[in-house]
Structure formats: structure tokens, C-alpha cells
Design a protein around this ligand. Structure first.
Ligand SMILES: NC(=O)c1ccc[n+]([C@@H]2O[C@H](COP(=O)([O-])OP(=O)(O)OC[C@H]3O[C@@H](n4cnc5c(N)ncnc54)[C@H](OP(=O)(O)O)[C@@H]3O)[C@@H](O)[C@H]2O)c1
Length: 380
């Protein structure tokens, strides 16, 4: 229970189940099943292991077979694929929380798709699911690959990879359970215009907080103010003294800092904390690599003086509560209280270069890849 001090025993149980199952899932080799398969699956596979930001050349695209399914399995035809900054960690030399992807493996990725064949009584043909189905067109999957069963909805299916998927759930649980904001608090968010950050800012606003977004470039600062309702936006790439700008934007100090970057942005926020601040460690996008290990200013003195708490988390720690987040965020979207941005790309060919694009900050919202299946079927 100690590993997840802010989770209920039920959440911990789910989280541990998720971790163990994912380790098994990671070793499930789709390529091994070709003996009984039919042609027609395209996959993105890991060609070389980068140190730092993965480039397009680190991946290959291959034609493979549509895998046969065994007892308890079902065949998912992917409609949309996700590209996530976290994938850098999944292929790094020392993977940090899931087993690393080996050279030759199909790339692990979140996807949404439709079940087109099933040998599992709990999953029916025609149902839509979101889970770890990989950068490929078809996946032989079982219960352990699934993060969410998607009920018919008038919201677009692609959202279940972003604001109604891992990004939205990360924002929801990270802010509400780890950050514990109270009405009137000042909440500062880094990568504030991104898929996670834009959702954090809007949920904080719904909870009555004052929101300050930090993002790269004037266009993203504009999005923060005009599309995501931040009270103030800071372009950290501008010619500014970040400490000074933060001091002016947060005169009472920062009560909650949702940290997606670490690095110089976080160093400046830590110098501006309010007493009793909560720092939510969600991502470390600013690290160029993990080898050599990053060093920088030490946070302990700020935490001590401000009696602040810093805690990391994974959205998947909360997998048992994903339906709660999905229902709540869906409602907020329908009420016009949560807005989102997607950057939609057509075809598997866009997957290999996507991580580099994310780490250059070139993405304008959630990076989603649409596959041919999405064009030929209804999402409802
Ligand atoms: N803990 C979890 O369970 C969990 C789950 C999902 C995501 N995350 C983390 O949440 C963060 C945001 O993910 P996302 O999917 O929403 O991606 P995103 O924010 O849509 O895209 C990544 C953004 O990172 C920023 N960035 C890249 N390099 C940077 C650098 N050197 N310094 C500062 N910012 C940099 C860029 O924004 P700017 O242009 O504004 O710099 C870029 O647009 C990532 O760190 C990710 O790993 C954590």
C-alpha cells in the first residue's frame, strides 16, 4: 500500500494488476502468430535504440499478417493510433516503468479500434475499445490490453486517445487526486497548451482555481488564453525573466504546480511556491536524455521552507477509475466547459517521425494518426 499513498486499496489492486498484466502484454509477440494468419496487417517496428529523442529512422514499417486469435482473445482493427511522449521511455535502454521494447518488436502504443472477431464472451464484434494495441492495423488482444470499453457516443472516437483517453485521465487524476486543488488556489501548468496540460488548466478552472499556463511560443500562449481559458499565459521561449513573470502572474505564490517538463521551467516555479504547495510530477519533457542523468538545482530547500509536497504518478495507477474520468470529462465537453485540440495525421507513415515532432514542440494538440478503417466505418 505504501507505493501509492494517495490511492484507495481498490485503486492499488487495479494498478498492480495493470502493471503485471502489461509486463506480460509487452512480451506478447504479434509476429509469432503468422503461421495461421492472413496477410494484410501493417506495423511500425523498432529498428534501432536511440539515446534521447527517437527519430523517424529508428523505426521501420513492415507488411505482416493479420494475426489469428486464440481462446479468450479478440481481433481489434485499429482506427486511430496515438503518439505519446512516454514512448521515448518505453524504448530507452533502461525502461523506467514498463519492460522496454526490443529491437524488431512492433511499437507499443495506445490505439482505439473496433472488435472484428472475438473468442471472448466479454468482448463482442462491433464493440469499440481503447488500449495498448500497438502501431499497427490489427492486434490480437485480450482483456489485459484494454484500458477502456467505449460506449456508443456522439463524441468522435479519436477523442478516446486524447481528452477522453490517457491525456484527459492523466489531467483528471493528476490534478484532482495528487494536486488536490481548492477553490481560489493558483494552479500553474507546464506544456499548458498540450494534450494533458490544456485539460489540466480547464479542470482547475472548473474547480474554481486561478490558472497560469506556461507554453512554448506566442501561438501556444494565445491558445492557452483564448481556447483553454487560462487566466494568464507565459511564453517561456520569449525573451523573458521567467522568475519575474511568474512572480507577477502569481502574486500569492503557486499553490499547485502541474509539472510536465522539469528543467528550467520547474526551477523557476519552485522559487515561487506558496506555503503548503503541491507539486504534481507528471512528465520530464525537458530532459534531452536519461544518460547521462540530469542534474540541476536541488528542490529540497524550497520544499522545506514552503512545507510543500512533491509527488509523481502514472495515470494507469488509476485504471479502475477510468470510467469515472471518462464520464465526467465527456459531460464537461458536452457542456462546453472543456475544449480540446487534435492534430490529425493520415496513415501509419506518420508514426515514425511523431515523437521527434512532439519533443520539438511542433504539435498543435493531441497527435493522432487516422488509419483507413476509420474512414470506412461509423464511430457511433
Ligand atoms: N504520468 C503520466 O501518467 C503521464 C501520462 C501522459 C503524459 N504524461 C506526460 O505529460 C506531458 C505532456 O504530454 P502530452 O501527451 O500532453 O504531450 P504534449 O504536451 O501535447 O506534447 C509534448 C509537449 O512537450 C513540450 N516540450 C517538448 N520538449 C520540451 C522542452 N525541452 N522543454 C519544455 N517543454 C518541452 C512541448 O510543448 P511546448 O511547445 O509548450 O514546450 C510539446 O508540445 C509529457 O511530459 C508526458 O510524458 C504523463
Amino acid at each position: 500500500m505504501q507505493r501509492f499513498p494517495y490511492c484507495s486499496p481498490r485503486q492499488v489492486e487495479w494498478s498492480l494488476k495493470f502493471e503485471v498484466d502489461r509486463i506480460e502484454a509487452a512480451s506478447l509477440d504479434w509476429g509469432e502468430r503468422r503461421e495461421h494468419a492472413v496477410a494484410g496487417n501493417r506495423q511500425v517496428w523498432l529498428k534501432s535504440r536511440p539515446n534521447g529523442i527517437p527519430k523517424a529512422e529508428d523505426f521501420g514499417i513492415r507488411d505482416a499478417d493479420v494475426p489469428p486469435i486464440g481462446d479468450g482473445e479478440f481481433l481489434v482493427q485499429n482506427h486511430y493510433l496515438s503518439s505519446d511522449p512516454a514512448a521515448r521511455g518505453w524504448i530507452a535502454d533502461a525502461s523506467t516503468y514498463w519492460p522496454r521494447i526490443e529491437i524488431g518488436d512492433t511499437m507499443r502504443a495506445f490505439a482505439v479500434g473496433e472488435i472484428v472477431e472475438s473468442r471472448n464472451p466479454h468482448y463482442s464484434v462491433g464493440e469499440k475499445v481503447m488500449g495498448l494495441f500497438g502501431w499497427q492495423e490489427y492486434a490480437a488482444a485480450s482483456d489485459k490490453h484494454v484500458n477502456l470499453k467505449i460506449a456508443p457516443s456522439d463524441l468522435p472516437l479519436s477523442l478516446y486517445l486524447g481528452v477522453l483517453g490517457l491525456n484527459g485521465f492523466t489531467a483528471y487524476f493528476g490534478l484532482l487526486d495528487i494536486g488536490a486543488p481548492e477553490a481560489g488556489d493558483t494552479v500553474v501548468v507546464s506544456t499548458a497548451a498540450g494534450a494533458v496540460g490544456s485539460c489540466v488548466g480547464q479542470i482547475a478552472k472548473i474547480k474554481g482555481c486561478r490558472t497560469v499556463g506556461i507554453a512554448g511560443g506566442p501561438e501556444k500562449a494565445r491558445q492557452c488564453l483564448e481556447e483553454f481559458g487560462y487566466d494568464a499565459a507565459i511564453d517561456y521561449k520569449g525573451e523573458i525573466d521567467l522568475d519575474e513573470v511568474l512572480r507577477r502572474a502569481c502574486p500569492g505564490g503557486v499553490h499547485v504546480y502541474f509539472d510536465n517538463t522539469s528543467g528550467p521551467i520547474s526551477d523557476a516555479v519552485l522559487r515561487n511556491l506558496a506555503i503548503g504547495a503541491r507539486i504534481v510530477i507528471c512528465g520530464t519533457a525537458s530532459y534531452p536524455s536519461w544518460n547521462p542523468w540530469n542534474t540541476g538545482p536541488r528542490p529540497e530547500r524550497h520544499l522545506l521552507v514552503k512545507r510543500a509536497r512533491m509527488q509523481g504518478f502514472l495515470a494507469t495507477d488509476f485504471i479502475g477509475r477510468f470510467p469515472e474520468a471518462e464520464a465526467q470529462i465527456s459531460q464537461w465537453i458536452k457542456e462546453g466547459r472543456v475544449n480540446y485540440r487534435e492534430e490529425m495525421h493520415e496513415g501509419l507513415e506518420h508514426a515514425p517521425g511523431s515523437l521527434q515532432r512532439l519533443y520539438k514542440g511542433e504539435n498543435a494538440g493531441k497527435f493522432v494518426i487516422r488509419l483507413p478503417a476509420a474512414r470506412s466505418r461509423s464511430n457511433a
